[in-house]
Every structure is written in structure tokens, then in C-alpha cells.
Design a protein around this ligand. Structure first.
Ligand code: 26W
Length: 820
């Protein structure tokens, strides 16, 4: 029995009620009669968790019993998970049982669902992508483990005070962590600081030894990642930092109790908070500590707990591939070298041969300022042995380069892992590229630009190392859970199975001309609009007008994404209406919804938030545009809100400057939920347009070569302002203080930057954007045609399932076998 299958609580209402009451009574310690909604939510979550746990143990047992298989270790500093309850219920087919069980206890499960605080352990695209990927890996039954950090505070909660962003801490753990399974007994020591020593071993070989200055302990928390309807439950393992006993003992013995407690806090700081920057790394010491902390814990954990005892490290490349989610975990490369050379006593060359095969690197950006670099001085202080190892990796790499490109010292310097200017520092993207089997971008255009621009020297040297894997999103969360109405319609039309085989959406194409199907499709949209109306009323007291086209722009606030261009469009629409230039009855009523957090230190982004709020306030209060134009900016856009908002959208705004958005994943979610895209030729927009067809996509703006050419010629935003009357009127209206209670000073910096700098060429694309928006209005006026386009967007975007992305990684990068 001990080796047999794990016993799960029965999948019956009675069984579930029993398990729930057990959790409520003996976990929460309250009787049903006096329990609060928090008690009930926690007990429900733990009940569901016990069902997951049974499958999790079973998955682990099967893997142990089968032949040793190569695994993937996904290393990511961020996982933007979103709420867990719904996902767990639908993956395990427990939704009905749980709903009925709660009803039997006199509880509406909806009320409990609303209690859950989402774990927001990520900033935006990169973190959400990691969450979609682990969902797909479990659904594919891929042998994998995901590693990250259990931040005590996730992405800040955004509030608006007088239209300006104010950040509040996200204490997501304060009402308990029912999904996390802690293992405090499994401590992983992690060292920092100190110095290195040279010594000669018995064999006469010279070696280096790290004498660390201090250390912390990593505590393991497991989160279960259920596959969809396949019984598989994988692991997301997040690390929490704690002080070592030796560390405090030492100070306690010195008699300084308060100092010892302070030391404890110092160590715990490492997993305290997620850095809210998602493009400009601050080069903060604590961030490097976080990176090394979780990477060291993860590799150690893999080698000591996942691999059998006494296993030969020379076999590592047949047993593991670590996927590096951007450069944040790249310190893993020198860390594995250190383990092989210093702890397993391998020769350098042999260790390097192994290490190079154990990593693959995904780059998620094209902005030069987003590429991480760490000052050598900081590295030497915090990780002296790793710095030594990086020096040696670089030396040998530069030797090879000089051989390959004799006399081309300029190229050698460009490619060096160590930069000399403006400060001696380690270029993490270079280290990642040198130490990986594959380097990939996240959409076709992005991967091409990586090869041609950002990492051009490297792709010339190693053309086969570079590849593309276009991003994807999980249809479980972003269609099935978030859009039950559409899910119902799809299933009744093409049958089951599409949720884990999204290419089957293509079968919907046949219905795009069917009037009855179109009617039902519009009813789905209308129902989702009603739902978001309720949500925003309850959540924020926002009263959305009804019967409008819903135009949505949700993503992090960044200049390259060009929320400011959307703003100029709104001001133009408003100006047309108040100037009497257009007949109000002839314009399509439109509600624009924004959602965006700005990095707390990003001044321009915060000014943009203030301006959007100012415009919203003015527009919504102006009787002249009532019923025609409305602007909503609900604060604290997160995964939970996205799940309600995206299914209701008619129009998806994907308007980044061409060549700047690596991929985008929101764009995919909108298309899959039947919104049409207005977008530039950027990131995955390119592939969306190719798939849905030109006639079902509103393209505008310069493409990447045109952008490059204009910038080479010298871009002068003022010229566009002077020569385009619409643009001039919009900017003048903002500058006049019309939206800021007459206060021109409040907008002068913003307007000044737009007119003299405009780094992301918003003014250059304005006319084209306006023209495309006019095409949108005309198209929307014909609801039959619009429905056809929207249906075809759903039918033709099955490619963007993250299941397909994961299969791509599996087949072309990882070379692992799945159990499915
Ligand atoms: C502070 C340093 C830093 C720099 C970059 C932190 C985080 C980043 C991320 C790479 C930013 C990010 O999330 N990039 C987005 O990744 C998505 C998933 O691949 C893409 O779809 C988005 O286009 C890209 O902006």
C-alpha cells in the first residue's frame, strides 16, 4: 500500500462537504455557524488543495517509477499567477462538486471566490508568460519544475490620489497562503560575500576556494500546478529567505539580542519585495542578492533532491535543461561552474562543456536600457568566486574571438562579457548567450531584430544558436475561465476538446457567415459587457455607459507602448464633438478603458497617468459629449481585472512604436476573445495580422525599417505639430490647461517633451493612427461585418496557445519527452 497509488478524497458532494468541514473545524478551528467568509475561503482552498495534493503525489510517484527522463527547470524571477481557486477547480473537474458542496453548507461559492487575493509575483508580460507556460507544461505532462522567489510583497497596489498614482504595499500573504506548502525542514544554505583563496591540491593542480562572509537559508514553498483534465500536477517551487542559525547564534553569543534580531531582518529582506521596474534595471544590490539567492537554492535543490543520490554530474546535460527567463537568473551559469569545479572537482574544460549544454536563454526586450549589467565592483563584493569564474569564461571567450576575427579588436570589445564604460560591469545578456545552447526571442520580428541588431555579433559567430519561439497564452485561464459565455458557444458549436487543442478553433471559420451564430456571438459580447459594467461599478464606483464600442488599452505604462498616442486620439475625438465639427449622432459611441501601472520611479510614466485621469475627468463631466465618449481608468489593473475586461472588449489597442514591443501577450488574449486589433507592425501583432488576414486587422503606422530610417534622418516632432492641424489642435488643447482646471504648469513638462523629444515617435504616427481609427468606426457601424471579423479573429488565432509555445521549446530547444 505504501508504494501504491495515493488516496484522494472522493469526487462527490458528500466527500467534498466532509473534507471542507474538516478543514474548517480542524484547520481554521471554527464551526460552520460562526465562520467568517475568510475562514470559509481558506477552508475551501485547503480542501481543493488536498485533491491537488493527491494528484501531485501520484505524478511524482509515476515519475520516480519511470526511466530517468530529462527535465526542464524553468528559472524565473517572476510569476504573475492570478487567482488560484478557479483554475484549480476547473483543472481538476471539481467545479460542480465544490459549488454544490458549498450550497449544501449554505454558502455561495461566488462570495468565497471574491475573497482570494491574487498572488501578483510579477510585473507584467514576462511574469504572466511564465505563469501561462507552467500551466501548459502541466497540461502537456512535461517533466518540469519551475523555480522562483516567494516575495512577501508582490507588485504594488495602485491607487489614485487627485489623479496621481500612489503605491500601496501588496500584502498578499496577510490573509494566509492556503495554496503554498512550506517545507521548513529542508533548509538550503546560500552564501554571499567574503573572499577567494588560491591553493594547490594534492595532485599539484591550482584551485580556488570561496571563503564566504555571510549566508542565509532558503526555505522551500511548493505550489501545485495542475494540468487540464489530465491528472498531472507539477511543481512551482518558490524560495523564501531566512537568517541562518549560525549567523544569529554568533551575534546572540556576543550578547547583543537586538543586533541578532536585526540580522534576522536583514536576511529576510532578500525575499521581501518584488522590484516594480519592468524595463530600467536600477542596479540595486538587493536585486542581485535576490537573483543569486533563488538560483543557488534552485540548482542545489535540483542536484540534491531531484537527482538520485550519487548521480554522476557528467550526465547532467542528459538530465536537465535550465530555461533562463530573461537575464534575471543568468548568475546560474557561473554558479553551476562553481559547483562542478569547486565542489565536484571537475576540470575547467569539462565543467564548461557540461554547463554550456544545461542552459537556454530567452530574451524579452529590445530596449537597450533594459539589458541588465552589474558593476564589477558589486559582483566582487557580493559574489567574489563567481566574478572570478566570469573573468575566466570571458578570457577564454575573447581568446576564441581573437582567433576567429584576427585584428578586429573593436568587435572583440563589443562582444566582451565585461564592459569597460561607463563603469566596469558584467553584461548579463552576453554571459547568457555565451553560456547557452539556444537563445530565443519571443516573436518572429523580435527574434529577427535580436539577430540583426541587439546580438548581431553573436548571431554572426553562432548563427545556429539563435531561434524564435513566439509567445502564447493559456486558453484555460484566458478563455475557459475568463469567458464562460464564449466557452459555451464554442463548445456547443464545435464540441469539446479545443481547450487543450486550440488549433481546433479553426472549425469556427465555417460559422463566420452564419447569421444565427453571429447573433449568438454578439450576445456573448453583450453579456461580457454587462459583467464588466457590474465589476467596475462595485470595484471602483465607475458607471460605464451602455451600448458603446469598448476600446481597451491595458498594459504597463511605458513611453514605447505609447499610451500618449491613445490620449491624443481621445482628445481629437473630444475636440471634434465640442467644436461642433461633427454631428454627434454620426459618431460611434465609444468608451475607452485604460489599465496601467507605472514603475514608481518612472517620472514620465506617472505624468502620463495623471494626464489620462485629467482627461477622463474632464471628458466624462462634459455634457456635450455625453453618450458619445467616455473614458475610464480603473486603478490597480491586475490579472483578476484582465479576466473580466478582455472578454468584453471590442477593440484592442496594440500601438507600440514598431521594433520596440518584443511580443505582447495581451494582444493574443484580446484576439482570442473576439476583439479586433488596431496595431502597429510590431511584436506578435505581425503574426496576428498574418493569421487573421489584413481585412480583419487595423494596421497603422511606420514599420521598423521606416522608424530606423526616420531616426537616422533626424526626427523632429515639431514638424508634425506644425503641419498637422488635427494634431496641433489636440496638443494645444492639452497645453491650454483645458483638462487640468486651467493649470498649464501641470502639463507643460509633458507637452514640452512631446514637442521637442518624443522618443517613441508618437507624433509621427498620429495621422496614420487617426485614419485607422476612422476606419474602425466605419467598420463598427456595420455590426454584421464586424461580427464576421471578430469571429474570424477567434477562429484563426489558436496558434497563440501557450501549449504550442511549450511544444516549440520542447521540440526545438529542450529535447525532452512528455508523458502525454
Ligand atoms: C528591471 C529590469 C527588467 C527588465 C526587463 C525587468 C523586467 C524586464 C522584462 C523583460 C519586461 C517584460 O516583461 N517584457 C515583456 O515580455 C513579454 C513576454 O515575453 C513580451 O510579450 C513583452 O513584449 C515584453 O515587453
Amino acid at each position: 500500500l505504501a508504494r501504491g497509488p495515493v488516496i484522494s478524497p472522493p469526487h462527490t458532494v458528500e466527500g467534498f462537504v466532509k473534507a471542507f468541514l474538516h478543514e474548517l473545524n480542524f484547520g481554521q478551528g471554527v464551526p460552520l455557524a460562526t465562520s467568517s467568509q475568510t475562514d470559509q475561503y481558506l477552508a475551501l482552498a485547503r480542501t481543493v488543495r488536498s485533491y491537488l495534493m493527491a494528484r501531485w503525489l501520484e505524478t511524482a510517484r509515476k515519475r520516480r517509477a519511470s526511466q530517468p527522463q530529462k527535465m526542464v527547470g524553468y528559472l524565473s524571477a517572476e510569476y504573475l499567477l492570478g487567482r488560484q481557486l478557479d483554475n484549480a477547480l476547473s483543472a481538476t473537474e471539481l467545479r460542480e462538486v465544490a459549488t454544490d458542496a458549498m450550497k449544501a453548507c449554505g454558502i455561495d461559492i461566488e462570495d468565497l471566490r471574491a475573497q482570494e487575493v491574487e498572488p501578483g509575483l510579477g510585473n507584467g508580460g514576462l511574469g504572466r508568460l511564465a505563469a501561462c507556460f507552467i500551466d501548459s507544461l502541466a497540461t502537456l505532462g512535461a517533466p518540469s519544475i519551475a523555480y522562483g522567489i516567494r516575495y512577501e510583497f508582490g507588485i504594488f497596489r495602485q491607487t489614485f490620489v487627485d489623479g496621481r498614482q500612489v503605491e500601496q504595499p501588496d500584502a498578499w500573504l496577510s490573509s494566509g497562503d492556503p495554496w503554498g506548502v512550506p517545507h521548513p525542514e529542508l533548509e538550503v544554505p546560500v552564501n554571499f560575500g567574503g573572499h577567494t583563496e588560491r591553493y594547490v591540491g594534492e595532485d599539484g593542480r591550482e584551485r580556488s576556494r570561496w571563503v564566504p562572509g555571510w549566508g542565509v537559508i532558503g526555505l522551500r514553498y511548493n505550489y501545485m500546478v495542475p494540468g487540464y483534465h489530465n491528472g498531472v500536477v507539477n511543481t512551482l517551487r518558490l524560495w523564501r529567505a531566512r537568517a541562518t542559525n549560525a549567523f544569529d547564534l554568533h551575534i546572540f553569543n556576543a550578547g547583543d539580542y537586538a543586533e541578532a534580531v536585526r540580522a534576522q531582518t536583514f536576511a529576510e529582506n532578500i525575499s521581501k519585495v518584488l522590484y516594480p521596474e519592468d524595463s530600467t534595471p536600477q542596479g540595486k544590490e538587493l536585486r542581485l542578492q535576490q537573483q543569486y539567492f533563488f538560483v543557488a537554492c534552485s540548482i542545489k535543490d535540483f542536484l540534491t533532491h531531484t537527482m538520485p543520490k550519487g548521480f554522476d554530474v557528467r550526465e547532467l546535460p542528459e538530465r536537465i535543461i535550465f530555461q533562463l527567463n530573461d537575464t534575471h537568473p543568468v548568475i546560474a551559469i557561473p554558479e553551476l561552474m562553481r559547483i562542478l569545479v569547486d565542489e565536484h572537482d571537475l576540470e575547467w574544460d569539462q565543467a564548461w562543456g557540461i554547463t554550456k549544454q544545461c542552459f537556454a536563454y530567452t530574451c524579452h526586450t529590445l530596449l537597450p536600457e533594459a539589458l541588465e549589467v552589474w558593476p564589477v565592483s558589486l559582483m566582487e563584493r557580493l559574489l567574489p568566486r563567481h566574478m572570478e569564474i566570469i573573468y575566466r569564461i570571458n578570457e577564454e571567450f575573447l581568446d576564441d574571438l581573437r582567433e576567429a576575427y584576427p585584428g578586429d579588436e573593436l568587435r572583440v570589445r563589443r562582444m566582451s562579457i565585461i564592459a569597460d564604460h561607463p563603469e566596469r560591469s558584467v553584461r548579463m545578456a552576453h554571459l547568457a548567450t555565451v553560456g547557452s545552447v539556444k537563445v530565443n526571442g519571443v516573436a518572429a520580428l523580435h527574434s529577427q531584430l535580436l539577430k540583426d541588431k541587439v546580438l548581431n555579433d553573436f548571431s554572426e559567430l553562432w548563427p545556429d544558436r539563435f531561434t524564435n519561439v513566439t509567445n502564447g497564452v493559456t486558453p484555460r485561464r484566458f478563455i475557459r475561465q475568463s469567458n464562460p459565455a464564449l466557452t459555451g458557444l464554442i463548445t456547443e458549436t464545435i464540441g469539446k476538446g479545443w481547450v487543450s487543442d486550440l488549433d481546433r478553433l479553426a472549425e469556427l471559420q465555417a460559422y463566420s457567415d452564419d447569421p444565427e451564430f453571429r447573433e449568438k456571438f454578439r450576445a456573448v459580447k453583450a453579456a461580457n459587457k454587462e459583467r464588466i459594467t457590474d465589476v467596475l461599478a462595485k470595484r471602483d464606483g465607475i458607471q460605464l455607459p451602455q451600448g458603446h464600442m469598448l476600446d481597451v488599452m491595458v498594459k504597463r505604462l511605458h513611453e514605447y507602448k505609447r499610451q500618449s498616442l491613445k490620449m491624443l486620439h481621445i482628445v481629437t475625438l473630444y475636440d471634434r464633438l465640442i467644436s461642433g465639427e461633427v454631428d454627434p449622432a454620426s459618431v460611434t459611441p465609444r468608451t475607452v478603458v485604460f489599465g496601467a501601472k507605472a514603475a514608481p520611479g518612472y517620472h514620465m510614466a506617472k505624468e502620463t497617468i495623471f494626464l489620462i485621469n485629467s482627461i477622463a475627468k474632464t471628458v466624462n463631466a462634459d455634457p456635450r459629449v455625453q453618450g458619445r465618449l467616455f473614458v475610464a481608468f480603473p486603478p490597480n489593473y491586475n490579472v483578476t481585472l484582465a479576466e473580466k475586461l478582455i472578454p468584453a472588449a471590442d477593440l484592442s489597442e496594440q500601438i507600440s512604436l514598431a521594433g520596440k514591443e518584443a511580443s505582447g501577450t495581451g494582444n493574443m488574449k484580446f484576439a482570442l476573445n473576439g476583439a479586433l486589433t488596431i496595431g502597429t507592425d510590431d511584436g506578435a501583432n505581425v503574426e496576428i495580422r498574418e493569421l487573421v488576414g489584413d481585412e480583419n486587422f487595423f494596421l497603422f503606422g511606420m514599420d521598423e525599417p521606416a522608424v530606423a530610417e526616420l531616426q537616422a534622418r533626424g526626427y523632429r516632432p515639431g514638424d508634425y505639430y506644425e503641419s498637422d492641424a488635427n494634431l496641433k489642435r489636440a496638443i494645444d488643447l492639452i497645453a491650454s490647461g483645458h483638462f487640468t482646471d486651467g493649470n498649464r504648469d501641470a502639463v507643460s513638462a509633458f507637452v514640452g517633451d512631446l514637442l521637442s523629444n518624443d522618443r517613441f515617435l508618437a507624433l509621427a504616427d498620429y495621422a496614420s493612427y487617426l485614419e485607422a481609427q476612422d476606419r474602425v468606426e466605419a467598420a463598427y457601424a456595420d455590426q454584421e461585418e464586424w461580427s464576421r471579423k471578430a469571429i474570424l479573429n477567434v477562429a484563426r488565432t489558436g496558434f497563440f496557445s501557450s501549449d504550442r509555445s511549450m511544444r516549440d521549446y520542447i521540440d526545438r530547444i529542450w529535447h525532452i519527452k512528455t508523458n502525454a
